[in-house]
Design a protein around this ligand. Structure first.
Ligand code: 13P
Length: 251
């Protein structure tokens, strides 16, 4: 059985003091939830303080990005070694906003995935189509291609342990959600692609999230789908009340 994983991508929101506030509010609301893996992914500037206030809780820490090198002349970047030292466990890689605004490609995503695994960080690798791509009817091949390219040279045993997030770009921050069935269908294609490249065992183990306007009102329907193992949440992760309702969707 795959354990559901609900992760909050705070994007470029929450200063360190606001991060502390949100974590302090969130902790008691999810303290008795052992059925779901809960993760918060603050901006790099808030990771250290987040780690301090998450200490002793059941909420895990993730970063939103990293460079694949350990150190060097890469102004503005954060390395896997730095994330590890802070105590980060997960790292979002290849988010569509990184692909769109910061020139991330399947190749750089693949380098980051390999590096994260080598440094014992769990990638949350994002894939998903734009509205134009959906309307052109290329969703399935595009998403499968992103999965294959992003996981190139990754060992099957490592693929089994990572997280993939299917985030249709047109559903991010728009209030539009893929229907439960359509999200489930595309995630099924992702799992099939994993099976092709890494075998049945890895495909059955890998956790695949849906992301894009997930909120308390639609979480139950999405999570009831057999292929959907969790959510990667933006807007609704910024309020303790909403995010705890997502984590506690089974209650
Ligand atoms: P929203 O939940 O705000 O649509 O954002 C989704 C997302 O991009 C999470 O990574």
């Amino acid at each position: 059985m795959r354990k559901p994983i609900i992760a909050g991508n705070w994007k470029m929101n929450k200063t360190p003091s606001e991060a502390k506030e949100l974590i302090e509010a969130l902790k008691p609301l999810v303290a008795d939830n052992n059925e779901v893996t809960a993760v918060v992914c603050p901006t790099a500037a808030s990771l250290l303080i987040a780690k301090r206030y998450l200490e002793g809780s059941n909420i895990h820490l993730g970063a939103q990005n990293m460079h694949w090198e350990e150190s060097g002349a890469f102004t503005g970047e954060v390395s896997p070694v730095m994330l590890k030292e802070i105590g980060v466990e997960y790292v979002i890689l290849g988010h569509s906003e990184r692909r769109q605004y910061f020139a991330e490609t399947d190749e750089t995503v693949n380098k980051k995935v390999l590096s994260a695994i080598a440094h014992d960080l769990i990638p949350i690798m994002c894939v998903g189509e734009t509205l134009e791509e959906r309307e052109a009817g290329v969703t399935d091949t595009l998403v499968a291609g992103q999965v294959k390219a992003g996981l190139k040279d990754v060992a099957a045993a490592d693929i089994a342990k990572l997280v993939i997030a299917y985030e249709p770009v047109w559903a991010i921050g728009t209030g539009k959600t893929a229907t439960d069935e359509e999200a489930n269908r595309v995630i099924g294609i992702i799992r099939k692609t994993v099976e092709e490249i890494a075998g049945t065992e890895a495909a059955e183990a890998v956790r695949i999230q849906y992301g894009g306007s997930m909120k308390p009102a639609n979480v139950k329907g999405l999570m009831a789908q057999p292929e959907i193992d969790g959510g990667l949440i933006g807007g609704a992760a910024l309020k303790a009340e909403d995010f705890s309702a997502l984590i506690n969707y089974q209650k």
